[in-house]
Design a binder for this molecule. Structure first.
Ligand SMILES: Cc1cc2nc3c(=O)[nH]c(=O)nc-3n(C[C@H](O)[C@H](O)[C@H](O)COP(=O)(O)O)c2cc1C
Length: 214
């Protein structure tokens, strides 16, 4: 198994397909994954993916390990108040962390250094220890408060990676748009993947000539 350990958090922003696909890809890449999600994330998962994420960590681990074919011990789901989780301490941090999708509430709390639950604390640990923290914030439009918080986090070392898929690869399905964003997150986490073509490499079609209606 790849020795890379990734902390992953789902919060209650729209975009749960990104989070679930990211989890699937991390497990497929043989990463060890420590997952924690908020209660709002459970509501969004139900709304957007018709997925009832289990509330008890042990049951959640079983549920998601089975769904994505994880090996024994490859995935562990932690409760939001589990202060004994490895990712709660700088003495045992993950190699990298992503919060995907990430609410403006979580952005604000992390920017303020609240560390009031395991998601906020694990993110705080990544920042203080100068480890990669990838935030996939979702809201539109963004207020000055959101922008201030995002800038503060970028200056503190976080990667702000909005779920903004490009259209230059001519996506045909929602899954293509999701994979575009997940690919960029995996790149930031230094996890290998083969999601979609890379710019400048062999492409299915040439440059677009002229304009076209979409
Ligand atoms: C279906 C649904 C979609 C939501 N979408 C967003 C969103 O895109 N961005 C956001 O910041 N909050 C969104 N919210 C609101 C958050 O879930 C809410 O602020 C919650 O308190 C965030 O808690 P958390 O950060 O602990 O997950 C959404 C809520 C629901 C139920």
């Amino acid at each position: 198994m790849n020795a890379r350990t990734i902390a992953l958090a789902f919060t209650g922003a729209s975009g749960m397909p990104y989070g679930l696909r990211l989890l699937e890809c991390l497990l497929a890449a043989e990463c060890r994954v420590f997952l924690v999600y908020s209660s709002a994330a459970q509501i969004v998962a139900k709304q957007e993916c018709d997925l009832a994420l289990a509330t008890q960590p042990r049951e959640a681990t079983r549920q998601l390990a089975e769904r994505f074919g994880a090996r024994d011990g490859q995935l562990t789901v932690f409760g939001r108040e589990d202060w004994m989780a490895p990712i709660a301490s700088g003495s045992n941090p993950a190699d990298a962390m992503a919060i995907c999708p990430c609410t403006m509430g979580a952005i604000g709390a992390i920017a303020a250094g609240l560390a009031d639950n395991l998601i906020e604390r694990a993110a705080d640990v990544m920042l203080k220890d100068r480890r990669p923290l990838v935030l996939v914030p979702r809201e539109t439009p963004l207020s000055a408060i959101h922008l201030d918080n995002l800038l503060k986090l970028a200056r503190a070392g976080a990667v702000i990676l909005p779920p903004s898929p490009g259209f230059y690869d001519r996506p045909r399905a929602i899954a293509d748009l999701v994979d575009f964003v997940v690919a960029r997150v995996l790149d930031q986490l230094a996890v290998p993947h083969t999601l979609g073509p890379r710019w400048g490499e062999a492409r299915a079609s040439g440059p677009i000539a002229g304009t076209q209606s979409i």
